[in-house]
Design a protein around this ligand. Structure first.
Ligand code: NAD
Length: 368
């Protein structure tokens, strides 16, 4: 059998710097765990525009469609700020998400004990936190028609439309239930069924999918505003949260910040299963290209490393190896090894991107 395939798109700014560390980790899994990938690398964002005059070529798009998973660094930077909207670096990422039809955005909020003091909440509220927000990514009020600013009776009216088909709700609900089965087997669905018809339908369809296909998973429903309160009051009550595009945008940012630093946050965007049963998948850190520190070897590679851990778990069914990698990151933090972004509240000397990669590799080696 051939190796699973991985397309790497480092992108711009700190993207290539953090991805270089992930490449070393991928090689480690090949050499030491016999877990080999067919890795190809290509351009996206400003880097692609510089060479091809487009943020994503058709050839790269075709490669992304053909591989088992895509791993992306970050796109964008001040150099490209004046470009026409149609060729801005971010359009490359949007095209990938759209054409791969990545409808489920997974944002874990996981708090490493060593970083619990970084949260704005009390240590006991966040230490050991491990929840997953599944946000519907390709429909809802950001896409619904009609939309626009119109004039009615001489006054301007701004209109956006919240619209969900039952198929769109059902498929993201399935993603959440599947995830829950690999975790603590609980899903909480959030909407505003008290004031929105689309919320009433959301609740009905999630319940129907549950009853017909996932009766073994514990399901609860919550209004999204109450959900926001519960997330800040006692986030550990949740396992998987599934919600629509708009509420997910807000709730996933809120949950992410429970855990501290941008340099630690991975994400995944998943679509429909391919012929081989694996979902279409794009893994990327939540952070951007960090132009303020790009080229200085200071960036924290952990968000990108943890994105690869998500790929191991959700694309390649290697949950044990994903655990190994996450534990290695944890061990490094426990030893007090920190990049500059994790140092605000402490003294000591920060390490650079490469040294952080070295430390994770050493921790992986020690795990054998
Ligand atoms: P950003 O995430 O790039 O940076 C915000 C702050 O966090 C900066 O001070 C940065 O130095 C710091 N930071 C981010 N990642 C870090 C890391 N791994 N290690 C250490 N520090 C880190 O957000 P921004 O400054 O708003 O945007 C910069 C560029 O990135 C813009 O062009 C924006 O459009 C783009 N962007 C891209 C993505 C993406 O590729 N998915 C996401 C957000 C922003």
């Amino acid at each position: 059998m051939s190796n699973p395939s991985l397309l790497i798109l480092p992108g711009d700014g700190i993207g290539p710097e953090v991805m270089a560390e992930v490449r070393r980790i991928i090689d480690w899994f090949g050499d030491r765990r016999g877990l080999r990938f067919d890795v190809s690398e290509d351009l996206v964002g400003g880097a692609a525009w510089d060479v091809h005059g487009t943020p994503l070529t058709d050839a790269t798009m075709a490669k992304a469609q053909a591989v088992d998973a895509v791993l992306l660094g970050a796109v964008g930077g001040p150099k490209y700020d004046t470009l026409d909207f149609a060729v801005k670096p971010e359009r490359g990422l949007l095209r990938l998400r759209k054409e791969m039809d990545l409808y489920a955005n997974l944002r874990p909020a996981q708090c490493f004990d060593a970083l619990a003091d970084f949260s704005s909440l009390k240590r006991e509220v966040v230490a050991g936190l491990d929840i997953m927000i599944v946000r519907e990514l390709t429909s809802g009020v950001y896409f619904g028609e009609p939309r626009g600013i119109f004039t009615e009776g001489g006054a301007r009216v701004g209109i956006n439309t919240q619209r969900y088909t039952e198929g769109e709700i059902a498929r993201v609900a399935r993603s959440a239930f599947e995830l829950a089965r690999r975790r603590r087997n609980r899903v909480c669905s959030m909407e505003k069924a008290n004031v929105m018809e689309s919320g009433v339908l959301w609740r009905q369809v999630v319940q129907e999918v549950h009853d017909a296909e996932y009766p073994d998973v514990e399901l609860s429903h919550m209004y999204a505003d109450a959900g926001a309160m519960q997330l800040t009051r006692w986030p550990k009550q949740f396992d998987v949260i599934v919600t629509d595009n708009l509420f997910g945008d807000l709730l996933s940012d809120l949950a992410a910040m429970l855990t501290g630093s941008l340099g630690m946050l991975p994400s995944a965007s998943l679509g429909a299963p391919m012929e081989n049963g694996r979902p279409k998948a794009l893994y990327e850190p939540v952070h951007g290209s960090a132009p303020d520190i790009a080229g200085q070897g200071k960036a924290n590679p952990c968000a990108c490393i943890l994105s690869f851990a998500m790929a191991l778990r959700y694309s390649f069914d290697q949950g044990g190896e994903a655990d190994r990698l996450e534990r290695a990151v944890q061990a490094v933090l426990d030893r007090g090894i920190r990049t500059a972004d994790l140092m605000q509240k402490e003294g000591g000397r920060p390490v650079g991107t490469r040294a952080m990669g070295d430390a994770v590799l050493a921790a992986l080696e020690a795990s054998l």
